[in-house]
Design a protein around this ligand. Structure first.
Ligand code: NAP
Ligand code: MG
Length: 500
């Protein structure tokens, strides 16, 4: 009897003997290697294995993606047929929503409500958004004025052509959506893809490959190679036949990818880290700001590029803000993401928790006041209390570096000078997002325009939507995902000049 019959479909999928998805088929790695064990971070137990793909597998996947890009059904497919394919993928995400949510919670540790539940909803929305674009990717017709050809005899048109074979390298913090955010614009523009998910939470990317197969995506158009960053990821970013790389992850690895991409000057787009300011002006709606601050700092255990980890609060509100945020943090329910009411799941791994504990210790050693939290839970799994620090300074590593954990630093300011407040926000190498809490329109717009970040939120934090561009200034990245801008990195312009 098949022991997996009694399992939840997500657990049955996780328990499978996984293979790489190359050229429309599930294949073993080309070189013998031990499969990579994958843990449930809520228990620390191994829940499954994925293949340790290497350079030869990456080469096979890139070759398949190249063939699919140049010949066969994919380049011949009409825009409306491609649109239908993306709509079918959206429907499949919804139909398999329960499996996808469950898989994300099991593999990543995120709480089912709302993160796990939202994953398939956002994925379906993303596929539909890009489905809408497929039939609207248009070039332009331009006049040319180049003697001896008169304007009436000469003109140029610009075609938007797909850039080609795209590599996608994704992180573990919101795994299914990270993969969808790369796949959907690539497919919408007619590119082909080799995806390497993070080895810490790889299952939903393999499930996405299965959904592509079920939707009828032609062989080679989407390939998934699981493996380690230093091997599979490095081979993919250096591969001479990859035209473009879309990376989401740390700024440190982003720089490695840029160097690797230099060999063939592949196009690079980067969604990197953040150290995002959360600015509470003296006229802010304090209860709303505090409630949102707790989510901003602790959603996904702070393992979130939008984490609001530097909080600047007007001195007149500071003590109440710190006290209320600490109360809110202590009231958050920590536990297995499947348990009802849980808001804080485990950290992704023992290493990640130890790294964050290192930051907490460094903060205390540097004189920061730990107001609440900061301890690991004495139970299996990689749980860590949400942590609030006060009396932090910009000299401290907890304020300067992206912790990628549930740690907020709250600092007072006592000025109305927008330049001075913006200077605090901008005292970072990052520039992903920021939020401003005020009822004053001049303050809201004045600060929004002064802050060096790709996304500034007024009276909300991190309200992203598929319709609006998202991405970083400075060392938070290159390019934008979502919104019309997100198509550009997957396209290139070809100008055709004609004389009649
Ligand atoms: P990471 O360590 O940079 O890894 C990201 C991906 O890169 C993983 O698939 C990883 O593989 C791979 N990788 C590692 N070394 C590589 C190399 N030498 N060459 C090629 N690929 C390599 O980041 P993470 O810890 O997974 O994710 C956390 C980071 O992502 C944070 O900094 C966060 O801010 C950022 N992030 C940004 C956004 C955004 O939209 N801006 C969104 C989410 C997360 P393995 O892990 O399998 O080794
Ligand atoms: Mg896992």
């Amino acid at each position: 009897m098949d022991a997996t019959l009694d399992l939840h479909p997500a657990d049955a999928f996780i328990a499978r003997d996984h293979k790489l998805f190359i050229d429309g088929a599930w294949v073993d790695p080309r070189e013998a290697s031990d499969p990579i064990p994958v843990l449930n971070p809520a228990t620390g137990a191994v829940i499954g294995h994925v293949p340790d793909g290497g350079a030869r597998d990456v080469a096979a996947a890139v070759a398949a993606a190249r063939r699919a890009f140049e010949t066969g059904p994919w380049p011949a497919m009409s825009p409306s047929a491609r649109e239908k394919l993306l709509l079918d993928l959206a429907d499949l995400c919804e139909a398999e929503g329960e499996t996808i949510s469950h898989m994300e919670v099991r593999d990543n540790g995120m709480a089912m409500m709302p993160a796990g539940m939202l994953a398939p909803v956002m994925a379906a929305k993303t596929f539909r958004y890009y489905a809408g674009w497929v039939t609207k990717i248009a070039g332009s017709v331009l006049p040319v004025d180049q003697p001896p050809f008169s304007q009436s005899k000469a003109f140029a048109y610009v075609r938007k052509e797909p850039v080609g074979v795209c590599a996608a390298i994704t992180p573990w913090n919101y795994p299914f959506m990270m993969a969808v955010m790369k796949l959907a614009p690539a497919l919408a523009t007619g590119c082909t893809v080799v995806l390497k998910p993070a080895e810490l939470a790889p299952f939903s990317a393999l499930f996405l490959a299965e959904l592509c197969q079920r939707a009828g995506v032609p062989p080679g158009v989407v390939n998934v190679v699981t493996g380690y960053g230093e091997t599979a990821g490095a081979a993919l970013s250096a591969h001479p036949d990859v035209d473009k790389i879309a990376f989401t992850g740390s700024t440190e690895v982003g720089k490695i990818i840029v160097r690797a991409a230099a060999g063939n000057l592949k196009k690079v787009s980067l969604e990197l880290g953040g150290k995002n300011p959360f600015i509470v002006m003296k006229d802010a709606d304090l209860p709303l700001a505090v409630a949102t601050a707790a989510k901003a700092a602790f959603f996904l255990q702070g393992q979130n590029c939008q984490c609001g980890s530097r909080m600047y609060v007007h001195a007149s509100l500071f003590d109440r803000f710190v006290a209320d945020l600490s109360t809110a943090a202590q009231a958050m329910k920590i536990g297995d993401g499947f348990a009802p009411g849980v808001q804080i799941g485990p950290m992704i791994s023992a290493d990640q928790r130890a790294r964050v504990e290192g930051y907490i210790a460094a903060g205390e050693a540097a004189g920061a006041e730990r107001v609440s939290g900061g301890r690991a839970l004495a139970r299996p799994g990689f749980f860590l209390e949400p942590t609030v620090f006060a009396r932090t300074t910009h000299a401290m590593s907890i304020v300067r570096e992206e912790i990628f954990g549930p740690v907020a630093s709250v600092m007072p300011f006592d000025t109305d000078d927008l330049d001075a407040i913006a200077a605090l926000a901008n005292d970072t190498t990052y520039g992903l997002i920021a939020s401003v809490w005020t009822k004053d329109l001049s303050n809201a717009i004045g600060l929004s325009h002064r802050i060096k970040a790709g996304n500034v939120a007024v009276n909300n934090h991190g309200m992203t939507d598929i319709t609006v561009p998202f991405g970083g200034y400075r060392q938070s990245g290159w390019g934008r995902e979502f919104g019309p801008e997100s198509l550009e990195p997957y396209l290139q312009a070809k100008t055709v000049t004609l004389v009649t």
